[in-house]
Structure formats: C-alpha cells, structure tokens
Design a protein around this ligand. Structure first.
Ligand code: FDA
Ligand code: NAD
Length: 426
C-alpha cells in the first residue's frame, strides 16, 4: 500500500500550516502536496492553547484558531486544504523514515514517498519521569503541548474551581498557565528550581516585576526546589506533591511545563543533528538536499549572531516554514534566511516582546512601577537585544528594527538616559 507526492510536510503544527499557505502562493498543483500529522485536526496556532483556550468565558475553540490567523493571514480550515488540492493525512503517526529511498512509513503500514520532504515534527513535552519522578500519568496531572492536552487541562480546571493547583516549571508554560488558572479562580503554587521565573530570558529585575503582580493575585512562589514525589489517594488521583526541600503542597490539579525535546528520532543516524535539532543551512536544507527542516525541530544559522540556534517560538516556525517553501519552489532566487529572533508572551493584561539576544550588559528604561518598561542588552559595544512591556505597535516595530541594525553603543549611560527614545529616534 502506498502513495506518492511531490512535496510532503511531516508534522501538522504551526510550521506545516504556514508552509501549506506558502506552497499555494507559489503555485502548487492539485494532489502534489500532503501533510501527515499525528494530530487529528488541521494545523492550528499552538500559542492559543495556553491563553484563549483556557479562558473561563468564551474560550477559543477550533476552527477559530486554525493557521494562519496568527499572522493575519487566511484561516486554513479542512475545507481550504480540500479546495486547494492538499491532502491532509491526519491522525497518522509516521513510525520510520528512509531518507535514501525517500519514503515514510506510517503506523498504519502505508508507505508515502516524496520528492521533497519538509520535516516539521516540532517537539514533545519533557516528562517528569525523565527526572526520576513517577506517576505523572495520573488523571489530574496535565502537560500542555497539543489540543488533546489542552482539552484535558480545561476539563480538569473546570472541576477544580476554588481548589489548589501546583504548577511545576517557571518557564513559558508555567507563567501562562498559572495566569489562566488564577483567572479560573484556582489557587496556584509555582515550583521551579531557579531563583526567578523565566530564567532563560528574564533578568532578576524583569522577573520580579511579573512575580510581584502574580503574588498580588495570590500566587505562591516556591523557588530553588523541584518535585520529589506525588501523593495519591486510593483511586490513584494526585492529592498533593512532596518537594525536595522537604515541604509539601496540596493539589487538586498539577500542571507540568519543564521544557521540550525536539522530535528528531525518525532521522537520527540519517541526517546531521546539531543543538538537539536537525541541522539545516541558510536555505533550511538538511544534510540531504531533498529534505528541509523548519520550526522547533530545526537548528538553523542565525546570521545576525553568526551561529546556529534552535528556536522554540512561533514566529521562527512561521517564517522558517515560508522560507523553506520558497527555497524549494524558487531555488535560484531565494536568498539566505536572515532571521531576527522574536519572542513574546501575553498574561493577564501584560504583553511583552523581545528581539535579538539576551547577552551582555543590561540597561533598563521606563517605569518599573507602572505599566511600560523595558531593557536593552549591550554586548561587545553593540545593542544586541531589546525587551519591552506595554509598548505600542510603533514602539515594538521600533525595537525590532533597531535591534536588527545592532547599533554601536559608546555610552551606556546615554543609552539609559534616552531609554525608549533611543530606538524611536533611530
Ligand atoms: P508543532 O509542535 O507546532 O507541530 C509539530 C507537529 O508534528 C504536531 O502536529 C505533531 O503531532 C506532529 N508530529 C510529530 N512527530 C510526528 C510523527 N512521527 N508523525 C506524524 N506527526 C508528527 N511561541 C511563541 O512564540 N509565543 C507563544 O505565545 C507561544 N505559546 C505556546 C503555547 C503552548 C501551549 C505551546 C505548546 C507552545 C507555544 N509556543 C509559543 C511555541 C510554538 O507553539 C512553537 O514554537 C510552534 O508550535 C512550533 O511549530 P512546529 O510546527 O515546529 O511544531
Ligand atoms: P521552558 O524551557 O520555557 O521552561 C522550562 C522550565 O522548567 C524552566 O524555567 C525551569 O523552571 C523548569 N524546570 C526544568 N527542569 C525542572 C524540573 N526537573 N522540575 C521543575 N522544574 C523544572 O519550557 P516550557 O515552559 O515547558 O515550555 C515548553 C515549550 O513551549 C517551550 O519551547 C516554549 O518556548 C514554548 N512556549 C512558548 C510560549 C511563548 O513563547 N510565549 C508560551 C508557551 C510555551
């Protein structure tokens, strides 16, 4: 049993949706392209799962957040794929890949062959079991990576109103889900090993701004420790957690967000890997010229920093996907991918954006006791990163534009004095 396509996108997440739209813009013919996805729904904007999807009133539900609404593009519903002659092979896991033969084998036993393959397999959530803690398959312990996880979390949340939640991890999932739990009137304790939240990006001063607000909403921060074990009732439901520092917390619900691992398994030993992902060149092409990799799974050259990075953010997934399609369809005219890293989050009524790299000295600006403030990172005499909370559209555009220029900074105190005016003026 088998089918043959010219173009196959493996994975049905954010990158897949944006790649599909780009294929149609570049003129793919009926029946030439398919998307194979383990998920049972067409590609959607994954960021909605920790935000709008968890709201108590009028929560976001599909089809409202299918790609590519996140970038103000068309919304690609299953009908759209049909109308464009794109085969959606859903609910289908690819269990092996043969790069030499250009074939994929699905769990159902079908062989799918391609001329060009785009790997967009994203990542999986790390499990507590990988850190030596067992029991995270209990019904009220939730991870959050896909729609099925989010649906389960929303269900458990509904039955936990007024109760206690423990959030394990102080990164993106931890911060966004904790805010959603508070909005759903659940008492939240956050447990993480670092001295402050968002350790990979925030400085202590930035972290403290958000932590103080979370505390004012009743969130209890338990820092510098990790879970040692779950406490269960006789039915196998978790009723609490024991921590390595010897303390315990009651729990009606536990949410775990302790990072991800890219889904590279199918290609290990067949393609070159780097930084935990699949190594690609500046056209998103892997070590095999018929195979491209995009999104969370790809380690690509970030020109502005002169080194390869694997970025776990939606903007990189969207743009790398579009670029790979352009490189496949218009190989002679597609330039190198020149990407400026962009991260953002929205919690409560906060909204921040970050561009570039958080390396070097930090210069703060704005009002840390008000609603708008920010920071620049200056490394080797150049501005390399910018963070802004509560900015206007024009201000966010300005920090992005100027960060890309990597302007020379001779006088840090002058940069501090000018603050946001520095980028608006350039
Ligand atoms: P993505 O994970 O979206 O898709 C991978 C797809 O491949 C899935 O459909 C999966 O089922 C499929 N797949 C994997 N292996 C397969 C196999 N063997 N066979 C078949 N299918 C397979 N970023 C940001 O910048 N701002 C934000 O606010 C957020 N918010 C956010 C919230 C939540 C809850 C999550 C989990 C993530 C975010 N992100 C984010 C991160 C962002 O969503 C992420 O970077 C992109 O989804 C990456 O897109 P990809 O297409 O690479 O992977
Ligand atoms: P993360 O890497 O942002 O944070 C992981 C956190 O886990 C760390 O901050 C640390 O506090 C904690 N941790 C690590 N090991 C631990 C352990 N043994 N016990 C307890 N805590 C531990 O990852 P995440 O929050 O799980 O997010 C998953 C993915 O989803 C990431 O790729 C992230 O970029 C993406 N995401 C992004 C956004 C956004 O960009 N706004 C929002 C949600 C999710």
């Amino acid at each position: 049993m088998g089918r043959a396509f010219v173009y196959v996108i493996l994975g049905g997440g954010v990158a897949a949706g944006y790649a599909a739209l780009e294929f149609t813009k570049k003129g793919v013919s009926n029946g030439e392209l398919c998307i194979i996805s383990e998920e049972s729904v067409a590609p959607y904007e994954r960021p909605a799962l920790s935000k709008g999807f968890l709201l108590p009133e009028a929560p976001a539900r599909l089809p409202a957040f299918h790609t590519c609404v996140g970038a103000n593009e068309e919304r690609l519903t299953p009908k759209w794929y049909k109308e464009h002659g794109i085969e959606l092979i859903l609910g289908t896991r690819v269990k092996s890949a043969d790069i030499r033969r250009k074939t994929l084998l699905t769990a159902a036993g079908e062989t799918i062959s391609y001329k060009f393959l785009i790997i967009a397999t994203g990542a999986r959530a790390l499990k507590l079991e990988e850190f030596g803690v067992s029991g995270s398959d209990a019904e009220n312990v939730c991870y959050l990576r896909d729609l099925a996880d989010a649906t389960r979390l929303a269900d458990v949340m509904q039955t936990s109103t007024g109760g206690n939640a423990v959030v394990i991890g102080g990164g993106y999932i931890g911060m966004e889900v904790a805010a959603s739990l508070v909005i759903n009137k659940i008492n939240v304790s956050m447990v993480f090993p670092e001295p402050h939240c968002m350790g990979r990006l925030f400085t202590p001063k930035i972290a403290s701004y958000y932590e103080e607000f979370y505390k004012s909403k009743g969130v209890n921060f338990v820092k510098g420790t990790v879970l040692s074990s779950f406490v269960f009732d006789p039915e196998g439901k978790v009723t609490g957690v024991d921590l390595k520092d010897g303390s315990s917390l009651p729990a009606d619900l536990v949410v775990v967000g302790i990072g991800i691992r890219p889904n590279t398994g199918l290609f290990e030993g067949q393609l070159t890997l780097e930084k935990g992902g699949i190594k690609v060149n500046s056209l998103l092409q892997t070590s095999n010229s018929s195979v491209y990799a995009v999104g969370d799974v790809a380690s690509f050259p970030v020109k502005i920093f002169g080194e390869s990075r694997r970025l776990e953010h939606v903007d990189a997934a969207r743009k790398s996907a579009r670029h790979a399609v352009a490189a496949i369809m218009e190989p002679d005219t597609t330039p190198e991918f020149d990407y400026l890293p962009f991260f953002y989050s929205r919690v409560f009524s906060f909204s921040w954006q970050f561009y570039g790299d958080n390396l070097g000295e930090v210069i703060y600006f704005g009002d840390f006791s008000g609603t708008s403030f920010g920071a620049y990172w200056v490394h080797k005499g150049h501005l390399v990163g910018s963070f802004l909370e509560g900015g206007s559209k024009e201000e966010y555009e300005a920090i992005a534009r100027v960060t890309r220029l990597k302007p020379a900074i001779d006088d840090l105190s002058e940069l501090e004095r000018q603050g946001l005016g520095f980028v608006v003026g350039l």
